[in-house]
Design a protein around this ligand. Structure first.
Ligand SMILES: [Zn+2]
Ligand SMILES: [Zn+2]
Length: 337
């Protein structure tokens, strides 16, 4: 019987990954899978499992030999349920891993790569202690934090080795997947070696080893606001960035959201005053240049600032609102991603 090298990818699909970062990760996984399929060593040993985490954690690709892995399509949801993803990882390892016996050698030690750009929003501590205490040293876990809002304090408690990929928007993620692919290829050639990957495969430009994780400040430099288009009823998201000198948020990005974005619920909101927002980017569906808040369902929806409608129908709850029941510069529930 041949021995397998299980490779687990745990991917953050929370809303803070929306837009280019998620596209890059999706393309990166596809390139990685296709390269591994062409590598004879990898083809012989690598089995891959992909787990995503946002409002929930899901196994999008169960542990499958690399030759039969179809690169997954990723979509975003609010929330960062890393604890739930670690639970799924533990369950898969427990269920699928072939252990050493007196007669045969079992699977090689799995490689686990966790990719995140933020902070877990669920309880991860019990999942970690289950993973680490019940089955010690069962896998080598690499924590990869992308961007400038990563909680490395937490990630370093979960992972054996942590990396920082500073650039979330340009080719930082592409380079990361080049490194991941090379690492898995090298490990599939000699899966028994005890040397850690970062010591065998030179890090790509933009990647950095995190040796002493900094304490997490909790500072949110970005803010995510969900809005419903009044004309199409479709949801979109405005991504605001803090301008520290002003203490106000600016946005140049309004992104359409998938129709099922709210289906798993779990909105993590932190109130923000509308006066903290420097601008309102146009609705990506109808180009309206403002938004109002429904007095009933509290959802936001796009409106034209020069609209003279006497009655407005809320696209989220269908309530007919008079102008006094919508708008109003009160607290908007933004989400922390
Ligand atoms: Zn609109
Ligand atoms: Zn409403």
């Amino acid at each position: 019987m041949y021995r397998r090298l299980p490779v687990y990818l745990l991917l953050d699909t929370s809303e803070s990954m929306a837009g280019e970062p998620l596209d890059r990760v999706e393309a990166g996984v596809a390139t990685m899978v296709n390269s591994l399929k062409r590598n004879p060593y990898a083809l012989d040993t690598v089995h891959m499992c992909v787990i995503t985490f946002d409002a929930k954690a899901r196994v999008v690709t169960p542990l499958t030999d690399i030759g039969n892995v179809k690169p997954p399509i990723l979509s975003i949801k609010p929330g960062t349920s890393l604890g739930a993803a670690l639970d799924l990882l533990g369950q898969s390892i427990e269920k699928n891993l072939v252990k050493n016996t007196a007669e045969t050698k079992g699977d090689y030690k799995p490689l686990v790569f966790i990719l995140t750009d933020g902070q877990p929003t669920d309880d991860w501590t019990s999942a970690v202690s289950k993973l680490k205490n019940v089955t010690p040293h069962v896998a080598t876990i690499y924590g990869i934090g992308c961007g400038d809002e990563v909680d490395f304090e937490t990630l370093s408690k979960i992972a054996d080795v942590c990396f920082h990929v500073k650039d979330l928007n340009s080719d930082g993620i592409g380079k990361l997947f080049v490194w991941l692919t090379a690492s898995v290829q090298s490990n599939s050639k000699s899966p028994d070696q005890k040397v850690s990957l970062e010591k065998t495969i030179p890090l790509e430009k933009g990647m950095e080893l995190v040796e002493s994780p900094p304490a997490f400040s909790g500072q949110k430099s970005r803010l995510f606001i969900h809005i419903f288009c009044r004309n199409t009823k479709k949801p979109y998201m405005v991504i605001y960035r803090l301008i520290p000198e002003l203490g106000q948020y600016f946005s140049d990005q309004a992104l359409p959201l998938p129709d099922d974005f709210f289906s798993d619920g779990a909105k993590k909101s932190s109130p923000i005053n509308e006066e903290q927002l420097l601008n309102v980017p146009p609705c990506p569906f109808c180009q309206s240049e403002g938004f109002a808040k429904c007095g009933f369902c509290k959802n936001l929806f796009c409106v034209d600032s020069d609209s003279s409608d006497s009655v407005i129908t809320c696209p989220a709850c269908e309530t007919k609102l008079s102008p006094s029941e919508s708008g109003g510069s009160i607290n908007i529930d933004g989400s922390a991603g």
